[in-house]
Design a protein around this ligand. Sequence first.
Ligand code: NAP
Length: 323
Amino acid sequence: MLAAYAARISPDDPLSALEVGERPAPQVPEGWARVRVRAASLNHHDLWSLRGVGLSADALPMILGCDAAGVDEDGNEVVVHAVIGDPDYRGDETMDPRRSLLSERFQGSLADEVVVPRRNLVPKPAELSFEQAACLPTAWLTAYRMLFTQSGLTPGATVLVQGAGGGVSTALIALGAAAGYRVWVTSRDEAKRARAVELGAAQAFESGARLPERVDAVMETVGAATWTHSVRSLKQGGAIVISGATSGPNPKATELNRIFFLQLKVIGSTMGTKEELERLIQFCRTTGVRPAIDTVLPLEAARDALAQLEQGEVFGKIVLTRP
Ligand SMILES: NC(=O)c1ccc[n+]([C@@H]2O[C@H](COP(=O)([O-])OP(=O)(O)OC[C@H]3O[C@@H](n4cnc5c(N)ncnc54)[C@H](OP(=O)(O)O)[C@@H]3O)[C@@H](O)[C@H]2O)c1
């Protein structure tokens, strides 16, 4: 079957580690299900994998892709929950110490078929297209958990989203605005700031700009480049919810004095549970909110698509499709 996969690891030139070509169709273990992939969206995770972050050489070759929407062997339209846990673990799957994300230990979704535990399948509602549904399991689920499970925010609160164009950022803007938060956004790019306002942000600012007032919470995925601004933008007692560090994990100034003196909270967040994915899908149905999709390409164009993601020339999600 056709697949986009990491054939090697390249920390400095991730695209040189990518191959788009034939891989054997996957075996289906007892209790698992085969899904014919109709759409799979890209995430920054795919670039990290090619760089060897979270993927070791002994796991190669590894098909990339965390997100999929498709059709199972019984003809049901499904969305794949990407957190693959220990079958005996009970409770919040994101806390399972043996969990992995699709494409870390088990072959990913940028392929004709993906095989996952049957319990990881969630029904796809008819009103979401395969392309839209394929955006939900990683970036959108992460944004949902950051905003609604971890932040402690209630509607009417002001939330700052660092970065405007990313998969997680665009989800944070759309979900936060639909939930009644006042969403402020930063971006390095003027055009992306304008798009963020169209998506529901109340205001958009240049990265690092002084805000009109301090905010109740900051949603961080950028890391080193925006961390100091995030800490300085918070009200006393406010919270930073962090799920990523695209620009690096070591900010120049960590602002520890400010964190303890103003009793700020720093809250880590990773992916989401299957129940949160089901609620996210229901949220989209109820509110009419849909993922911002930048580009839809066939799987054969995976190299161009990943190059676009690497260059940051994206507003929203890139989706790869199969017939
Ligand atoms: N913990 C989890 O479960 C989880 C889940 C999903 C994602 N993540 C992580 O979250 C991060 C974002 O993921 P994604 O898929 O949304 O990535 P993406 O689509 O590539 O988004 C990149 C974002 O980062 C911003 N950005 C990048 N470099 C920047 C810099 N130097 N200064 C300011 N802003 C910068 C961009 O903002 P502008 O271009 O608008 O300025 C853009 O919004 C990644 O690191 C990913 O690994 C973690």
